[in-house]
Design a protein around this ligand. Structure first.
Ligand code: NAD
Length: 358
């Protein structure tokens, strides 16, 4: 398996280094023959090459078996014409990575505010309110006068159908419960279509229980009773916000793993941002990117028909559980290790075969 790693900005290089250490250990233990190729993106690339995403990088990623993208400082990147491209948008759009799969679950031994739960947010990734990706050319946020801004949201039947199908298929492999999160009481046409298409699509999955909740009420429901949810499908921005909440409710935003999926490509990417407030201080939790990488290995294993990749993914998830339970983790999840030492703890757990479930 050939993987491209783009470490990114802020805490990106620290959590990417820990993730690569775990990847190498996993490859050795499960004989996965993983080859890793690294390139700069974000500020480092802008400094060195005048652009946050070098020309040619898309083809390199296209020809690889998967991409691991660290968080990037998207807020800093204002003008694409000056090379300030949002790398996350760039790969999601150009590789048509329409489904953002964001699991959130609690861990034995880790205090959380709500009690145990295990759910997945399935977020549409290619349109909605994300002005930088929902137009063929240009941007859908416009300065009409210096005091007037118009931001357009795009919702298409095609994108609703494919995200609904991805969510239904995932729910059928889990506890067979799908919750549609929307705002069709106000966005009657756009979210109305999203809701209708999700309902129609889910009707093709016998045995799947389906309900729907307005996004504002969902914030209360998911804090009150997260264990009532299994798979949650939503449009781009609602899913983005909701999944930060579910990651934090599980114990820390630093546990938010995520996989961006298209028909032929996948990109592992932590749910959180570049965390400039803690960058360079060896305190960032690397589990989000490590768990994202495990999702990527499982995806590859399923496509390639290789049980070893799926076993490796499971072993990494169990090693993370084990590390949290035994306090070999960063402070945000109850441990006292730094970022690098937390990655090393996972390597040791994997090497010791000490990775049984809690
Ligand atoms: P953030 O997600 O970076 O940080 C929010 C809070 O969570 C901060 O207190 C941070 O210290 C903490 N945190 C985040 N990741 C952590 C981890 N692994 N371990 C421990 N604590 C962690 O959000 P922000 O500060 O609003 O954004 C910073 C930058 O990241 C901005 O430029 C934003 O645009 C960008 N961003 C990028 C992505 C991405 O690349 N996918 C996603 C979201 C935000």
């Amino acid at each position: 398996m050939r993987l491209v790693v783009l470490p990114g900005d802020g805490i990106g290089p620290e959590i990417a280094a820990a993730t690569i250490a775990v990847l190498r250990a996993t490859s050795a233990r499960f004989q996965l023959a993983i080859q890793i190729e690294q390139h700069p993106v974000g500020h480092e690339s802008l400094r060195r090459f005048g652009t946050t995403v070098q020309p040619g990088l898309l083809e390199i990623v296209r020809s690889a078996d998967g991409l691991i993208l660290g968080p990037t400082a998207t807020f800093d990147f204002k003008d694409e014409n000056s090379g300030e491209i949002n790398p996350s948008k760039f790969f999601r759009k150009n590789l048509d990575l329409f489904a953002n799969i964001r699991p959130a679950r609690t861990y034995p031994g880790l205090h959380n505010r709500t009690g145990a739960f295990d759910l997945v947010v399935v977020r549409e990734n290619t349109e909605g309110f994300y002005a930088d990706r929902n137009m063929e050319q240009g941007n859908s946020e416009m300065l009409v006068t210096t005091d007037v801004v118009v931001s357009l949201r795009r919702i298409t039947r095609h994108c609703c159908e494919r995200i609904a199908r991805a969510a239904c298929q995932l729910a059928m492999r889990r506890r067979k419960h799908l919750t549609i999160v929307h705002k069709a009481n106000v966005l009657k046409i756009g979210d109305g279509m999203f809701l209708d298409v999700c309902r129609q699509t889910s009707a093709g999955f016998p045995g799947l229980a389906v309900d729907d909740i307005l996004v504002d009420a969902m914030m209360a429901h998911v804090v009150r009773n997260p264990d009532r949810f299994d798979v949650i499908v939503s449009t781009n921005m609602f899913g983005d916000i909701l999944s930060d909440l579910t990651a934090e409710l599980s114990g820390s935003l630093g546990l938010g793993g995520s996989l961006n999926l298209g028909a032929g490509h996948a990109m592992a990417q932590a749910a959180h941002g570049s965390a400039p407030d803690i960058a360079g201080s060896d305190v960032a939790n690397p589990f989000s990117l490590i768990l994202s990488m495990a999702l990527l290995l499982a995806w590859h294993g399923e496509r390639a028909g290789s049980a070893r990749f799926e076993l490796a993914a499971r072993a990494i998830e169990h090693a993370v559980e084990n590390a949290i339970r035994s306090g070999r983790a960063t402070k945000d999840v109850g441990g006292n290790l730094g970022t690098a030492a937390t990655g090393e703890a996972i390597v040791q757990i994997l090497a010791a075969n000490d990775n049984g479930p809690a």
